[in-house]
Each structure stands twice: as C-alpha cells, then as structure tokens.
Design a protein around this ligand. Sequence first.
Ligand SMILES: *[C@@H]1O[C@H](CO)[C@@H](O)[C@H](O)[C@H]1NC(C)=O
Ligand SMILES: *[C@@H]1O[C@H](CO)[C@@H](O)[C@H](O)[C@H]1NC(C)=O
Ligand SMILES: *[C@@H]1O[C@H](CO)[C@@H](O)[C@H](O)[C@H]1NC(C)=O
Ligand SMILES: *[C@@H]1O[C@H](CO)[C@@H](O)[C@H](O)[C@H]1NC(C)=O
Length: 355
Amino acid sequence: MLTIHPILITLLPSLITAHPSSKKTPLNSNGIPPFSSLPLGEGNPYLSAWGLYGPKDELGTLNRLSPAIVAAASKSEIKTGVRVSLNWAMNAQGNESFINRGSFGHKIYPAGPYYDEIWDYNSQLSSHWDSLRHFPYVAERRFYNGVRDEDVVGKGNSTVNGIHVWSEKGIVGRGVLVDFESWRLKQLEKKNPEERFRRFDPFKGETSGISLEDVRAVLKWQGTKVRFGDILIVRSGWTVGFNNKTREEILALQRSGPISASGLEQSLPMMKFLWENFAAVAGDMPGVEANPSRSNFTMHEVLLAGWGCPMGELFDLEALAEEAKRQKRWSFFLTSEVINLPGALASPINALAIF
Ligand SMILES: *[C@@H]1O[C@H](CO)[C@@H](O)[C@H](O)[C@H]1NC(C)=O
Ligand SMILES: *[C@@H]1O[C@H](CO)[C@@H](O)[C@H](O)[C@H]1NC(C)=O
Ligand SMILES: *[C@@H]1O[C@H](CO)[C@@H](O)[C@H](O)[C@H]1NC(C)=O
Ligand SMILES: *[C@@H]1O[C@H](CO)[C@@H](O)[C@H](O)[C@H]1NC(C)=O
C-alpha cells in the first residue's frame, strides 16, 4: 500500500512536470511509446520515460508484467516442473568481496534454550535486484520519475521508489537466458575464431563487452524467441571466471583499481532492444552492463533512473545453463520475490526458474 508521505507533497511540482501527458505519444502494439519518442517529457534526462505510468509510479517496466503476460508465461514455460535456483550463496564472496562491499556478517547466539542469529550485510554483496532509489542520473541527480537525493537520504524517512513496492507482486514472468559464455566457447571451436572470443575476460570490461549482435547471435544459436514482457538474463561467464580464480587472484584484481567487468554494451541499438522487449534485465556479472561504460551514459542511469527497469546482478546461472542445455530450452517461468523492507535500495532475489 502506498500512503502519501509529507515529503511527496514537496516533490509534487517536479513530478507533475515529469508527466508527459501534454505531449501525445502514440503507443505501439505492446502499449509502450516507441523508443524514438524518448525522453517522453521535454527537458527530461536522456532516454527517460518518466510519467509513462503516472507521476507517482514506482513499478516502471514491471508494469509490463500484467496478469495476462504472467499467465501466458506459466502456460508456455512450465512443462517439466524442474526447478533451478538462481541465488548465489549470501556469503559466496568470503570475508572480503571483489566488489568492495565487505562481507556477510552472520552471528548465531544462544537466546535462552534456543538460538537466534543476526545478519549484517551490504545488499549488493550477492545476487540482488537494484531498486529505483539506488542509482540516479548522475549529472542531474534525479532518480526514477524525478525523485531527488533528499527523498532517499533526507529527513522524514521517505520510502519513495523503495523495493518494498515490488514485493507486493514480485518479479514474475517468462525468463530468457542468453548463454553468451557457452556460445563464446562454441565460437572457439571454429576453424578461425575471432580473436576477441579468445581474449574475452569477464574481469576486463574494456575489451569484453557483449554487443546486441552477440545477444542476437546467441538467441539464434539457442533457438530462443524473445517476447514482450520477458525477463532477460545474460550469462557472461563472470561466475565461471570467479570460480576459476584463486582467492589471491580475486583480491589482487579488487585491489588493482576500479571494478572492471564484462557485460552488455551501452549502445543505442542495445537500449532500443531492451526498451522494446523486457520487464527486467539481469546477469551473472556485478553490473549487468560492461564496466567501465564505453559510451557517454551508463545503463544504470537509463534503466533504473529513466525507465524504472530492475537490474539484477551477480545471479548464479551455472545450474540454470546446465538445465537449459539438458532440455534444449533457454526460456522458463521465473519467480523472484524481493524483501519487504520499506525504502530498501536493493534486495536478495529469492529466484527460481521453473521449466
Ligand atoms: C580474510 O581471511 C584471510 C584468511 O583467513 C585473512 O588472511 C584476511 O586477513 C581476512 N580478511 C579480512 C578483511 O578479514
Ligand atoms: C530516518 O530519519 C532519521 C532522522 O533524519 C535519520 O537519522 C535516519 O538515518 C533515517 N533512516 C533511514 C533508514 O534513512
Ligand atoms: C582458468 O584459469 C586458468 C589459469 O588462469 C586459465 O588458463 C583457464 O583458461 C581458465 N579456465 C576458464 C574456464 O576460464
Ligand atoms: C551522448 O552522445 C550522443 C551523441 O553525441 C548525444 O546525442 C547524447 O545526448 C549524449 N548523451 C548524454 C547523456 O550526454
């Protein structure tokens, strides 16, 4: 349930100008404005879609997960009843994380005749969804639908754009795995493979981007068709790389400077593809997108702050990739329920793929 908090009243002027109703935008057959019409509101940030679902919307592209789309996904995808978890262990990164988010604090203590425990951790540490109050348009300092810094960390404890709003219905629908890592290894078996496939290193974002052409080639190789409202899940090979490194190698990389990681490339064709198809975007890598960005914007700005599109990071896709290969099917029913913590910035994914 949403209640109008006093802080929202001070917000209203900016939210009202965020509404694009003054500009009549034609919707396509899926009920969304064409990519070419972004940003929707005059003077609004790059490619943003503020106001599409009203000035106070906090669901963003999750609005695409209509009951009809979820019901259709359950009918087309649940065939065998095989379930696969996508949750990396909460403490998988050990006592010091590669992504500089500390470690998972877990204390068990006697509480009389039984035991209790305390968890203490950064919500970015293991598999998680980023919420709409995690990442703003950096230059403009604006979050989804125009929300400001003071609404995230200011007095009054506003919970606007918090992840609890997503917990009301979860992130549920048709998941599509793009198994880039398996496809890349297949390319290496060819006679004269492109050098970039050999050099691909999930810890070198500068040279290891995944382009839209790559994504399309993987989908074609798998025989996977994308449908409107899908949840895109990309296996870049980051988990494989992480598991193949010693503790010393991981920590040496962490200490060598800013995080570098493989991921989706920030190109306009890629953004158009994401806009036209998906309700949420996730992967096994720390940031979904290639890091550092190879463009003048980050996907975090456009997806989270512009469209309200959940970004899922550090998913464990190893068992999922195995099952998809076994069933020769890279689509499945996905259910993910975020935690109900009002105002939270991210959440564990509690995700299951059901084939
Ligand atoms: C993590 O554990 C290793 C091995 O026990 C230890 O040498 C290191 O100091 C620990 N690091 C932190 C940050 O606690
Ligand atoms: C809530 O507001 C108080 C007072 O401004 C502040 O000290 C506290 O950190 C806020 N809590 C959260 C979770 O932001
Ligand atoms: C694992 O690491 C070794 C040594 O760095 C490397 O030669 C090998 O190619 C890696 N394997 C995979 C699957 O990444
Ligand atoms: C990025 O560059 C393109 C092309 O020069 C430009 O149209 C766009 O406005 C720029 N975006 C940002 C966020 O600066």
